[in-house]
Design a binder for this molecule. Structure first.
Ligand code: XMP
Length: 326
């Protein structure tokens, strides 16, 4: 639309004025905000931008590929991918406490991103070519919340790279500072980003790790990824994406129950469907998903994911329950 074209043009001009001929780096998380911010900066300064994607192995099915293939195809951006899956799994081995999981993931993320940023800086050289800028997908509500002027935004997720060391300081480029989420999505569409990326529902920075109740292992991640993909596919097919705020699928990895699948008795794991409606995630209600949609999800998960023999529905509002289980 006309307004979105204007927003894009205005931001592109501003970004060019701010960055000049310097180089700039952008961390992509798989989420909407960093993708749109990165795409805007790419539109403005092209090859001066290097995007960095830390693959921590905790994203949902297809999401890493969305960043590595679709984002690049849509924007033409230079992307540095760091495959850190082993590193995150090792760091999470034996850990079951939710807050400890978050701390470990946040810490490892900063370390890996910092290393990647150093490599980008080193490759860029000095003088006019130096990397001086870092893109952040700060939105207007974040700005208001932190009461901040430029560069003071307090980003809640672990993708906050404010924790970088002193010798790796950047000036922030924040092209979404004046926008609300719905406007960010429209700008993303205008920039030609894939719809699955632009319309992605909220997803926590620590990813699937906080949707496995129990220790995070590669095998459990694979199981949850399949179940989650089925739930998402069926909710989309039923046209419910815009009605539902998000639908975590939670793997109760340490719980087993008896079932019958095919010819025999099974002793598998349950998953919990947690569809919620919400305005801002501060409060939420459990979503009244039609029974036939729930039935399809349940049938497909238990048929297609061998390790899961039971599908349950969470009917708790927030409060008292949080949206995520951890
Ligand atoms: P809760 O579970 O607190 O979640 O009701 C509220 C919203 O925040 C998301 N969430 C997170 N996002 N890092 C994030 O970036 C986190 O550690 C985190 N924990 C929860 C959750 O998905 C929901 O949208």
């Amino acid at each position: 639309t006309w307004t979105m074209v204007n927003i894009v043009e205005e931001q592109v001009e501003r970004i060019r004025a701010q960055i000049g001929s310097k180089r700039v780096i952008c961390g992509l998380s798989g989420g909407v905000d960093s993708a749109v911010a990165g795409a805007l900066v790419q539109r403005a300064v092209g090859d001066q931008l290097t995007c960095v994607f830390v693959d921590h192995g905790l994203l949902r099915k297809g999401e890493a590929e969305q960043v590595e293939k679709d984002f690049v195809a849509a924007t033409g951006a230079t992307l540095k991918v760091v495959d850190a899956q082993e590193r995150f799994l090792n760091a999470l081995a034996g850990v079951t406490d939710p807050e400890t999981k978050r701390k470990i993931i946040g810490r490892e993320f900063i370390r890996v991103f910092e290393q990647a940023a150093r490599e980008v800086v080193a490759a860029a050289g000095d003088g006019d070519e130096a990397v001086e800028f870092l893109v952040q997908g700060t939105l207007y509500p974040d700005v208001v919340e932190s009461g901040g002027g430029p560069g003071t935004a307090n980003i809640k997720s672990h993708h906050n790279v404010g924790g970088l060391p002193d010798d790796l300081r950047f000036t922030l480029v924040e092209p979404l500072r004046e926008l609300f989420k719905d406007e960010v999505r429209k700008v993303g569409e205008e920039l030609g980003l894939p719809a699955e990326m632009v319309w992605r529902q909220p997803f926590p920075g620590p990813g699937l790790a906080i949707r496995i109740v129990g220790e995070v292992t590669a095998e459990r991640l694979a199981i949850l990824r399949e179940a989650d993909a089925i739930a998402r596919e069926e909710l989309t097919r039923a046209g419910l994406d815009r009605d539902i705020w998000q639908c975590p699928v939670v793997l109760l990895a340490d719980v087993r129950s008896v079932g019958v699948q095919g010819d025999g008795r099974t002793y598998g794991h349950p998953v919990v469907l947690r569809p919620v409606t919400s305005e801002d995630a501060m409060t939420a209600d459990w979503a009244r998903v039609p029974y036939d949609v729930l039935a399809t999800i349940s049938n497909r998960i238990t048929n297609e994911v061998r390790e899961i023999n039971r599908v349950t529905l969470d009917v708790t509002s927030k409060p008292p329950g949080t949206i995520e289980w951890e």
